[in-house]
Design a protein around this ligand. Structure first.
Ligand code: NDP
Ligand code: GDP
Length: 323
């Protein structure tokens, strides 16, 4: 039986990856940091099947102990300060978690057991102000936020530990992926939650920033399989994971309102709110995942329309049960 340690187990991707690995017969450990109010909402359905170990990306010793206690064959480093907008408010902390946290994890692997395979959660935000379309593994990085800059560091330190120490370390450059477990401040979940509430008469307005940016949006449940596939190859490498289609925030809004049968959506939406616009924007992302398709045999299964539907319906259900 193989053992995996997942950091970021309480976030969006962690629970989907844990479900996937459990279905493959893995023993799954999740790293959790101490919070005054534990945040177990996303893992409550698999809580009994997981083993939780405590640790924080800020604390080197805690990461080494987590590895010593769980003895994993594979580590999936999903933990990060992952919200782009917050990275301007807390640029130093974002660097500590999202950049140096990766080095701390790699140092823990190097010193405790360098045979452990490592997955780093890299991001299409590294492409930022894009120099090529669609973006692929060789596209030059031009990050546009402290988050994007921190992810570039995380990517290169992963490549560096592979080249310096021969660690089986892979960087998955994942484009935006969403689900009903997505954090509420991200635009997709913010929209689907508001649309559900508006259709139930619980909310009047949806206040957004720019409706123009385009993203390549996939489903988190599809993307975690690619993480695992990367660690099953003969050689470690880096892969772009994306759907190859992109849509604007406006198109996401339209589609979400369509699911609940509202056509005159403009009257509910306030766009270009200063509160939600960013010091520097990433206007256009679309990924070319042909390397992953060819080498890993991976492809996305969930269409844009289906993703929006899944998310709106989950929020409707949640909102109705909160009545
Ligand atoms: P989430 O924001 O949903 O989850 C982040 C996780 O990191 C949470 O479990 C959080 O724990 C944990 N965490 C944060 N800080 C620390 C810390 N100091 N020590 C230990 N754990 C910590 O992210 P996602 O699941 O959406 O994304 C997973 C990874 O993939 C992230 O690294 C993200 O940046 C990256 N990524 C995501 C994309 C997406 O579209 N979702 C696209 C590309 C990359 P807690 O519950 O305690 O806050
Ligand atoms: P990101 O791609 O990781 O930054 O994911 P987000 O979901 O936070 O943002 C996606 C896009 O939606 C970005 O271009 C944002 O500027 C845009 N956007 C527009 N309005 C909002 C909003 O109210 N909240 C968020 N989070 N993003 C918004």
């Amino acid at each position: 039986m193989k053992t995996a340690l997942i950091t970021g187990i309480t976030g969006q991707d962690g629970p989907y990856l844990a479900e996937f690995l459990l279905s493959k017969g893995y023993r799954v450990y999740g790293l959790v940091r101490r919070l005054s109010t534990p945040n177990m909402e996303n893992i409550k359905h698999i809580y009994d099947k997981l083993e939780l170990v405590s640790g924080d990306l800020l604390d080197q010793g805690s990461l080494s102990d987590a590895i010593k206690n769980s003895k994993p064959d594979e580590i999936y480093n999903l933990a990060a300060q992952s919200f782009v907008k917050a990275s301007w408010d807390q640029p130093v902390l974002t660097g500590e978690f999202t950049a140096l946290g990766v080095t701390r994890m790699l140092e823990a692997i190097r010193t405790v057991n360098p045979k452990i395979k490592f997955y780093q959660a890299s991001s299409s935000e590294m492409f930022g102000k894009v120099t090529e379309t669609p973006q692929k593994e060789t596209t030059r990085f031009h990050p546009r936020s402290p988050y994007g800059v921190a992810k570039v560091y995380g990517h290169y330190i992963t490549v560096n530990y592979r080249e310096s120490y021969g660690i089986f370390a892979c960087s998955g450059i994942l484009f935006n992926h969403e689900s009903p477990r997505r954090g509420i401040e991200f635009v997709t979940r913010k929209i689907t939650n508001a649309v559900a509430r508006i259709s139930l008469g619980k909310q009047e307005r949806l206040e957004l920033g720019s409706l123009e940016p385009k993203r390549d949006w996939g489903f988190s449940g599809d993307y975690v399989e690619a993480m695992w596939l990367m660690l099953q190859q003969e050689k470690p490498d880096d892969y772009v994971i994306a759907t190859g289609e992109n849509y604007s925030v406006k198109e996401f809004v339209e589609e979400a309102f369509r699911v609940v049968g509202i056509k005159d959506w403009e009257k509910y939406v306030i766009a270009n709110s200063k509160k939600h616009t960013r010091p520097a924007e990433v206007d256009y992302l679309i990924g070319d995942a042909s390397k992953a398709r060819k080498v890993l045999g991976w492809e996305p299964k969930t269409s844009f329309k289906n993703l929006v539907k899944i998310m709106v319906e989950a929020d409707l259900k949640r909102e109705k049960s909160n009545e």
